[in-house]
Every structure is written in structure tokens, then in C-alpha cells.
Design a protein around this ligand. Structure first.
Ligand code: PHE
Ligand code: NA
Length: 442
């Protein structure tokens, strides 16, 4: 077997993990889920979920990956025995499930990027989504998006993912700050920002039953948890990195970029007089596109905006592809480029239902909505719960030892972490699953 790769630098790991975390979840889902769930009220739940449940769970995934230096399935086998491989299998399945529609949205983004450059949607911004979101055009766009991801992953950890994300992530940050500064000058800025940042407590309390699972699901999704990603990325990390510090940097950066996205998107929506609550995934594309169509430097702004979204989506998609490819390279004696290409073809096929079935006019496909709801309400919480149970009780104090590795913690912090996993995180996910079931099936 080929020798296992590692990140060339600690910053390389950080940047790759931030690249994975920052994605469509921040730039597209976070604004539209906030809008659908009562504005700032949702942000409050989300921040609590990220801090109390997401962050400890992220460290749990890091511990599993770095302890074993294995792929997601091999890691659990190595630590717990063959039976525990099932956790890795659930994570792999969840990842493929999500990536199947994530790539489709990635394709839309590329299409809007092209449309901005050529001015293609400027005549009819509202009709563009329907024209490009499904059918052969969407399939082609999805294929292009996947091909880029496959190309990067095929080059490997150091030469592919690390090098690519070192360029992508700083570009995302700089361009987002620039866009937020621009959005601030729009007519709808004050109203949009107020909507985004001042919680409506009534709606918060009356919708808690569906908002809680959405917020927790969003916390997992946004931190790339439950899909084996952070386990896989941490498996390339050495013992002298401080996992809690790295995890903290990732969580904070991811949250800041989500907030920046809100500061860009809501002013645009309000400037265009679009009620964010009637939004949904398509509306965000529609609204942003119509704003650019009306603005003086619309083409350039459109290219920058959709360019940022495309970079963020790509740096996430490659992390998920890497989960499958690292599993395959650890197990089969086949080259990384071949395995990357094979995974790409599988994902392409899995994405077809979401690109073919258009569902309601104006909305995304029925398949797509169903894939997304099941992922948030069921697959992600379940998958993270399994990891938490494993780390909390099977690894237990060994996990504490691993977390302390590379830090100056005398053991207190790591112990608090273990008990947080066993209590707050564990019960938080159980409640989420219960409420998620109700939302899904009743
Ligand atoms: N964290 C990513 C995001 O916010 C989620 C994700 C990562 C989804 C990788 C798919 C693949 O967009
Ligand atoms: Na994210």
C-alpha cells in the first residue's frame, strides 16, 4: 500500500477544514433557513446549537480521526472492533446522500456564474431558475462541478486539497467582506440587517418544535459533521496540533462567514422588495439575480457573488469526495485518480433524480426537497449521535487523552468536554431526532 499522506502544514489542515465547513450551508441555506424560520429567532437557536452541540461533536470526530489515522470506516474498526464499522458506513451513506444534491446546487451556482458573465439572465432574472435548474442544462452543470472536484481530489491531500483550499478560502473571506461592504450601501440595508439580527421572540417560542431540529441539523451540516469529513481530515493531522484550538478556529470562522452571508443576502432581498419568508431555495437565486440585473455594475457583482459561492461550494464538495476516496485508497490497490473518477461517476448518477424531477414550478425538484429534509432531520443527527455514543462511552477516557495531545490542558477541559458529550450533546441530539421525526412524518 502507498504511504499515507499528511497535511504539509498545520495551516493547511485548518484551511482545508474551514473550506469544508464554509459552503452552501453558510451562503445559501443559512440565509434561506433563517428566513423560513422567523429571522433572527432562528439565528439564536442556531448559535446555541453550534456552540453547545456542534463544537463538542466536532472535537469527537477529530479525536477519532487523529487517534487512528484511518479512513472513516477503518477508524471505528481500529478503535472498537469490526462491529463498529457500521458507524463509518452510516457516515459514508449520509455523505453520499447529501453530496447527491449538493453537487446539483453547485451546478446551479456555476450556471449563474456563467449567466452573470454573459448577462444571460439579465433580461428575465425570474425565469432563469426554471430554465436552468433542471433537465439537460442542470445535468451538464452538475457534471462540470463534479469534474472540478474530482480533479482536485485526484491530486491528493497536499498537492490537491491543501493547495486548492489555501487559495480558495482567503479569496472567499476577502470577497465576502467586499460584498458585505457593498450591500451595506443598498437601499434595503438597514431593514435587511434588522430582520437578520433582531429576534422575534414570539415566533421563536411558537415554532420551537420545528426550529430546534432545523437549527441542530443546520449546525451539523454547516460544520460538516456526521459525514466522516472531519474524521477523515483529522486522520491526516499529527499529534502536535491542538485539536480544541483548531476546532475553535474552524467554528468561529464558519459562523462569521455565515453572518457575513446574511449581511450580504438580506440587504439585497430587502432592496429588491422581496419578502424573505416567502423565499425558499429558488427565491434566493431569483432575488439575487434580479438585484444584479437592476444594478449598474450588475455583471461584475454577479460574477463576484456567484464566484464566491462557487468557491465555497467546491471546497466543501472536495471534502466529502475525499471521505469516499480515502476509504477506497485505504482498502483497494487502485490509484487515487482512478478512485476519484469512479466516485465522481457514482455521485453524478445519484444526483440525477434531483436534476430531473422539477416538482413545483419555481421551486426545486420534489426529490431535492425530500433529500434535504431527510438529511437534516434524520440522517445527520443519527450519524452524529452514533459518533458521540462511541466517543463518549466506548472510547471514554482514551478520548480525553487524545484530545489533550498537543495542548497544555491538564485534563480539566478535556474532562468537561467528555461530560458535555455524554449529557448536553447526547440528550440534545435525542430531542432533535424526536422533533425531527415529528416534522418529517406527522
Ligand atoms: N459544511 C458544508 C456547508 O456548509 C456542508 C457540506 C460539506 C456539505 C461538504 C456537503 C459537503 O456547506
Ligand atoms: Na458551513
Amino acid at each position: 500500500m502507498v504511504e499515507r499522506e499528511t497535511w504539509a502544514t498545520r495551516v493547511g489542515f485548518l484551511v482545508a477544514a474551514i473550506g469544508s465547513a464554509v459552503g452552501l450551508g453558510n451562503l445559501w441555506q443559512f440565509p434561506f433557513k433563517t428566513a423560513a424560520n422567523g429571522g433572527a429567532a432562528f439565528v439564536v437557536f442556531y448559535l446555541i446549537a453550534v456552540t453547545l452541540i456542534g463544537f463538542p461533536a466536532l472535537l469527537a470526530e477529530f479525536v477519532v480521526g487523529r487517534r487512528t489515522h484511518r479512513n472513516v470506516v477503518g477508524a471505528f474498526e481500529n478503535l472498537g472492533g469490526r462491529g463498529w464499522r457500521v458507524i463509518g458506513a452510516v457516515a459514508l451513506f449520509t455523505g453520499f446522500w447529501i453530496l447527491s444534491y449538493y453537487n446539483v446546487v453547485g451546478g446551479w451556482v456555476l450556471r449563474y456564474l456563467l449567466g452573470s458573465a454573459t448577462g444571460a439572465y439579465f433580461g428575465d432574472p425570474g425565469g432563469y431558475f426554471n430554465a436552468v435548474a433542471s433537465g439537460p442544462e442542470a445535468i451538464a452543470a452538475q457534471a462540470v462541478f463534479l469534474a472540478i472536484s474530482v480533479g482536485i481530489v485526484a491530486l491528493g491531500i497536499e498537492n490537491g486539497i491543501e493547495k486548492a483550499t489555501k487559495v480558495m478560502v482567503p479569496s472567499i473571506v476577502i470577497l465576502m467582506v467586499a460584498l458585505a461592504a457593498w450591500a451595506f450601501t443598498l437601499g434595503g440595508a438597514a431593514e435587511g440587517i434588522r430582520y437578520f439580527l433582531s429576534p422575534d421572540v414570539d415566533s421563536l417560542l411558537s415554532n420551537a418544535g420545528s426550529v430546534v431540529p432545523e437549527a441542530v441539523g443546520q449546525a451539523f451540516f454547516t460544520l460538516s459533521l456526521g459525514m466522516g469529513i472531519m474524521i477523515t481530515y483529522a486522520s491526516y493531522v499529527g499529534e502536535d496540533d491542538s485539536l480544541p484550538v483548531d476546532g475553535g478556529v474552524i467554528v468561529v470562522s464558519n459562523t462569521l462567514i455565515g453572518v457575513l452571508a446574511g449581511l450580504v443576502v438580506f440587504p439585497i432581498l430587502f432592496a429588491e422588495g422581496i419578502d424573505p419568508a416567502t423565499g425558499g431555495p429558488a427565491a434566493l437565486f431569483d432575488a439575487v439575480a434580479s438585484a444584479f440585473a437592476n444594478l449598474p455594475a450588475g455583471r461584475i457583482l454577479g460574477v463576484v457573488f456567484f464566484g464566491v459561492v462557487a468557491l465555497a461550494a467546491l471546497s466543501s464538495a472536495i471534502s466529502l469526495l475525499e471521505v469516499a476516496v480515502s476509504y477506497a485508497t485505504d482498502n483497494f490497490n487502485v490509484s487515487r485518480p482512478t478512485l476519484s473518477a469512479v466516485s465522481g461517476v457514482v455521485l453524478f448518477l445519484l444526483g440525477l433524480p434531483s436534476t430531473l424531477d422539477t416538482g413545483d414550478p419555481g421551486g426545486p425538484s420534489a426529490w431535492f426537497v425530500w433529500f434535504d429534509a431527510l438529511a437534516y432531520n434524520l440522517l445527520l443527527p443519527l450519524s452524529v449521535l452514533l459518533v458521540v455514543v462511541f466517543v463518549g462511552w466506548v472510547l471514554g477516557w482514551n478520548a480525553v487523552a487524545e484530545l489533550r495531545e498537543g495542548t497544555s490542558d491538564s485534563g480539566t477541559l478535556a474532562t468537561v468536554w467528555l461530560w458535555t458529550l455524554r449529557t448536553v450533546v447526547f440528550f440534545g441530539i435525542i430531542v432533535t431526532l424526536y422533533l425531527g421525526f415529528q416534522t418529517l412524518f406527522f
